[in-house]
Design a protein around this ligand. Structure first.
Ligand code: UDP
Length: 493
């Protein structure tokens, strides 16, 4: 079945353009898309994916659809609904294989089931489509259904792959081999980064990087007082003033292994100390443990360096040393009980907890392991406030798809330290928009990069200004919608 999802347009281009920082990007979008919108005539663009909530695709689609409609494009959003749990288990395995894990073996029964379900879906989709419509299908779940329906109706069609992996292994090759004949039936395929394009599409695919909505709860402007207020409401900073707390506040790992509101056992100093902050899912590949170990190494090394005045020898200045001595590290992620069915996340968090318990007690006080408030909207506000209040935002991923956390922090003019993997090095240009950690798995490499950034106060403003400009030019919703209309326009030519 195909379920039509309602989308409310939250903001029009004019709303965004009233912000002077955004005005130019909005204008450029309006100018550059006029021809493509006209070329579409009255055609409907159909976006089809597998879920209306949860995950990056479901978060981005409503914003894109809202913006396309504001520009005069007729857009519909359809979600596939399938009774068979085995179908989604299989497509999840395909996803994992594309990331290089799992068995390369795809059985005949699995292929037949995928195809049979897809044929039913294609019939349902075909009932909605008109021959002149444009079909945009997201990810492997509706891939075959879209291919069949587009062929049946004669619609121009695009497959959008959100899965980003540079992985090439027997498992990933098996998955691409399985998908290839279906992808081949589309007129175009869209990927986030060049490295994610499979060999059989080399030179043919279209690239559209992910993008952020600058006015979502996670990214919208917050005045200093508003950011402080959000942190107080989440119990991330202590205050004597009567601030109503969120229903569920942020929780911080305590010495006895329990979690308590993050102001326990004492205020962490988020607003007044140099804070390094990483916010990610609890996933080993996000590099939380080597980040913690690198931070601890830097603190120990600076402590043993204390008292030696080596300004003149090119060593650390007194200010640089003081910054390291007072620095703190916040490692932040979702409350595992708010994320359904994520045993791997729980394991990764347990490993980080163990690494934290292994620290000396004085260092433990300098590192906070924090769980976000469970409510999505409140947690988005907390991410916003933390990225604005942190002295350094870190993303020490061992492997990464695109790294939206980096985009979000760059947009807020944070000082960024990221690892050189996946989309992070594409977004964050070393020495221009911040610094890249040469080897995220190596605590010494992490320590050296943090050290150099904490010592480079004079560069912070340049880096953060460049970072925001980079996001404005490359990774905002407006550029993304422009690229989509370009892709659709070329198809219609
Ligand atoms: N995020 C969140 N809550 C968390 C941790 C992360 O909402 O506790 C968000 C984060 O702000 C970003 C997204 O989840 O928007 C993560 O995207 P990214 O590309 O960085 O990594 P992924 O999780 O897709 O591997």
């Amino acid at each position: 079945m195909i379920r039509i999802v309602d989308v409310e347009t939250e903001r029009t281009p004019a709303d965004y353009a009233s912000d002077t920082v955004l005005r130019r990007s909005v204008r450029e979008m309006q100018e550059e898309t006029t021809a493509a919108v006209a070329a579409l005539g009255g055609r409907t663009v159909w976006m089809v994916n597998s879920t209306a909530s949860g995950g990056g695709v479901a978060e981005m689609l409503p914003k894109q659809i809202g913006m396309l409609r504001s520009l005069g494009v007729d857009v519909e959003w359809g979600v596939i609904e399938v009774d068979s749990p085995q179908f989604f288990e299989f497509t999840k395995e395909i996803h994992n294989r594309l990331h290089g894990t799992g068995s390369p073996e795809i059985t005949e029964a699995e292929r037949e089931r995928y195809e049979a379900v897809s044929r039913d879906l294609a019939d349902a989709l075909g009932e909605r489509l008109a021959p002149e419509d444009v079909l945009v299908v997201h990810d492997p779940q509706p891939l075959a259904a879209g291919a069949l329906a587009a062929a049946e109706m004669g619609c121009p069609s695009i497959w959008r792959c959100h899965i980003g992996s540079e992985e090439r292994s027997p498992a990933s090759r098996a998955a691409w081999d399985f998908l290839e004949p279906w992808i081949a039936r589309y007129d175009d395929a869209v990927f986030s980064l060049p490295a994610y394009v499979p060999e059989f599409l080399a030179g043919e695919a279209t690239l559209i990087p992910p993008a952020i909505d600058p006015y979502s709860a996670k990214n919208r402007p917050l005045k200093p007082q508003q950011a402080a207020h959000v942190l107080a409401r989440a119990a991330l900073v202590e205050t004597d003033h009567p601030v109503p707390q969120f229903d569920g506040v942020a929780q911080r790992l305590q010495d006895d292994g329990s979690y308590a509101p993050a102001t326990e056992p004492a205020d962490f100093g988020l607003l007044f100390r140099p804070t390094v902050c990483q916010i990610s899912r609890w996933d080993r590949l996000k590099g939380f443990v080597p980040l913690l170990e690198g931070f601890a190494r830097l603190k120990r090394e600076a402590a043993s360096d204390a008292g030696t005045e080596n300004d003149s020898e090119g060593g650390r200045s007194a200010e640089h040393r003081r910054r390291i001595e007072t620095a703190r590290l916040a490692l932040v992620g979702p409350d595992p009980s708010s994320v359904a069915d994520d045993p791997e996340g729980r394991e990764a968090l347990a490993e980080l907890e163990a690494a934290w318990h292994d620290l000396d007690s004085d260092l433990r006080a300098d590192v906070a392991v924090v769980l976000m408030p469970p409510d999505q909207f409140e947690s988005a506000l907390v991410i916003n406030a933390l990225q604005r209040c942190a002295t350094i935002v870190a993303q020490n991923s061992l492997r990464e798809g695109f790294g939206l956390t980096v985009t979000e922090a760059m947009w807020k003019r944070a000082v960024l330290v990221g690892s050189d993997t996946g989309g992070i090095g594409t977004q964050l240009r070393e020495g221009t928009d911040g610094r890249l950690i040469p080897d995220a798995a190596d605590p010494e490499s992490v320590a050296a990069t943090l050290d150099s950034v904490l010592g480079a106060r004079g560069k912070w403003d340049d880096w953060s200004l460049n970072a925001q400009r980079r996001v404005t030019e490359e990774y905002l919703l407006f550029g993304q919608v422009t690229r989509w209309l370009d892709a659709i326009g070329s198809l219609l030519e």
